[in-house]
Design a protein around this ligand. Structure first.
Ligand code: PEP
Length: 255
């Protein structure tokens, strides 16, 4: 099964709309047509910069996809401060990050809410990037696989095999995010393979098509060792995606 690699830059709460324009342009200068044949690339600026990013990407025909960092589960209503999947789709957003560990821990998002958000994203024909991962305490208690399976089955509840086939899952051990303590590639491969087997068990072939990314202190020096693993289909990159030169080196992991 060949799955096209995907590199997603999660800018978190960094970059205003003017900085975003510069970052997107710089990134595009550093990547060529053949790079995009080999890898799908997406950036997730803050909501306030999505429109500016969309304008530059479309005007200059840059084949970088737009991603959002979060979404509300309802399509409209009295939800002050929230953004719906319908609004994101209108901005040509292709991917939506759902259930990032920062949202789970700081905004108390649970698996049931993640499932509702996944469905909202799919209903607008966008691709959810579903983040799963264990905390250090859970890892030390030997609960990693149990946590991953629980989060994945919660997120995918009541989806069809066709819907699942188009999804992206990002395995992000919480202790590896923004810490410079990236996970061992062999360990990531093992965890990701178990996740894939669990998805195949529930959704048959859909599980073979799901792209599973690794996230957690990815940089140009370590990306190659993750991409060499059979079940790792790309990366969700935080800190290293903020500098276009560095992110371009991650994208071009083979160079
Ligand atoms: C993330 O926020 O999803 C992430 C993986 O961050 P970093 O690359 O900085 O560890």
């Amino acid at each position: 099964m060949s799955r096209k690699p995907l590199m997603v830059g999660n800018w978190k709460m960094h970059a205003n709309h003017l900085e975003t324009i510069q970052m997107v342009q710089k990134l595009s200068y550093r990547l060529d047509g053949p790079d995009f044949d080999r890898v799908d690339v997406a950036v997730a600026p803050p909501f306030t910069a999505l429109r500016s990013a969309q304008t530059v990407l479309e005007a200059d025909r840059i084949p970088i996809s737009l991603a959002a960092q979060n979404v509300h589960q309802e399509s409209e209503g009295a939800f002050t401060g929230e953004i719906s999947a319908t609004m994101l789709a209108k901005l040509s957003v292709s991917y939506v990050i759902v259930g990032h560990s920062e949202r789970r821990s700081q905004f108390l998002e649970d698996d049931a809410l993640v499932n509702r958000k996944v469905k909202a994203v799919l209903a607008e024909d966008m691709t959810p990037v579903i983040c799963v991962g264990e905390t250090l305490d859970e890892r030390e208690a030997g609960q990693t696989d149990e946590v991953l399976i629980r989060q994945i089955s919660g997120a995918l509840k009541n989806l069809t095999p066709d819907q699942v086939a188009g999804l992206v899952v990002a395995y992000e051990p919480v202790w590896a995010i923004g810490t410079a303590h990236s996970a061992e590639p062999d360990d990531v491969q093992e965890r990701v393979q178990r996740c894939r087997v669990a998805v195949v068990d529930s959704f048959a072939d859909g599980g073979e098509h799901v792209r599973i990314l690794y996230g957690g202190s990815v940089n140009p020096g370590n990306i190659g060792s993750y991409m060499a693993k059979r079940d790792i289909d790309g990366a969700l990159v935080g800190g290293a995606s903020l500098d276009p030169d560095t992110f371009a080196m991650v994208v071009r992991y083979w160079a």
